[in-house]
Design a protein around this ligand. Sequence first.
Ligand SMILES: Cc1ncc(COP(=O)(O)O)c(C=O)c1O
Length: 418
Amino acid sequence: MKSFIGSVDFFKGNDPEEIAKKYGTPLYVYNEDIVRDRMLRVAGVIRKYPYRANYSCKTNTNLEILKIANSVGVNADAMSEGEMRMLLRAGFSPDRIFYVPNNVSSEEMQFAIDNNIMTSLDSLDQLDRFARLCPGGRCAVRINPGVGAGHHEKVVTAGKKTKFGIAEEDIDGIFETAKKYDLKIVGINQHVGSQYMDPKPFLEAVDNLLRIAMRFNKLEFIDFGGGYGIPYHKLDDEAEYDMEAFSREFTKKLDVFVREYGCAPLFKSEPGRYCVAEGGVLLGRVHALKQNSGVKYVGTDVGMNVLVRPSMYDSWHDIEVISEGKVVERVNGRMEKVTVCGNICESGDVLCRDREMPKIKDEDLICVLDAGAYGYSMCSSYNSRPRPAEVLICSDGSVRLIRRRETYDDMFALYEGC
Ligand SMILES: Cc1ncc(COP(=O)(O)O)c(C=O)c1O
């Protein structure tokens, strides 16, 4: 693919240079149509049985993105009190929120209890804490199905080497705690990992969870977690995750289970990245070009504080170059090998190393693709750099600021009253 932003008309006819000048850089830009489309895809994965997709909002909690999710009709999961509060503020009713925390305080659990938000406990210890706060209550438990998957060991969230979930051998402990406090375990959930393009590990984990589900009586729901991958190498024509093939295989497994279990509980999944990654790009400005020991460095304002994935997970993001409002074509013979980095005082502050890119000039824009997931939500003000702004290209083509840039006054405000 020559250009993703060109092929999908990401900016809907707006000039990215004008957007960058008006709102400044670095700047997250989202395309409403793409976000809606991906959310609708995940909402339709299972059609034969009662099914709900929960948008895993840790990926992107911008209020406008949450409002889009709400209007599409997907449910949502939250990992923290902050995420629950954001979802409530975006208009999600408590019964559409699933709280999946780990290692949290009684105060945080109490917030979910007070707001009637279904909670999943991910250790026997946390289950006991919940039971003491809410004897006779209803909750779910997170199972560690013993297999994990993902693009990096830091995103594998099941299997023998992670902190998440209750291991199969500890399931009797769940029943003991439930009995002791008259708790009703109404659901089980899992999440095996993130960014898998091959559905095999996920389907294996489905088998495991369904086998484990047979040990629970009258479950109201079974939640299989998220993890569906997106093609981060789209400029090299990487194929999309085959949602239809996945849906067929997934449904076959549910067929077998429903026959044996005698009824179909509500089935759920928890996709995050798939919903929003491709609907977001990150615009940054080139401020320096230099050679160091034979390496050509392109210095930009997209530091690791703005997008941490490349330095945290060695993640690949395709990058397009925009010069005077036009995407610079990737043409053989007119490319050069460069290392693109940010403005943070860390040697790991690198977006990509030794990558063939179209020739870049000072003051050009870089457009980092697939930045809608785990982008802004993981950014920080490291080096005392204010967090970036976010804008939405709405379905009608208008451009709307959906979170202003952090200011130095915002930073100083935290010291007021100290
Ligand atoms: C419990 C849980 N559910 C869902 C997700 C969403 O995963 P993804 O963005 O890969 O779909 C995560 C991400 O780590 C998670 O921890």
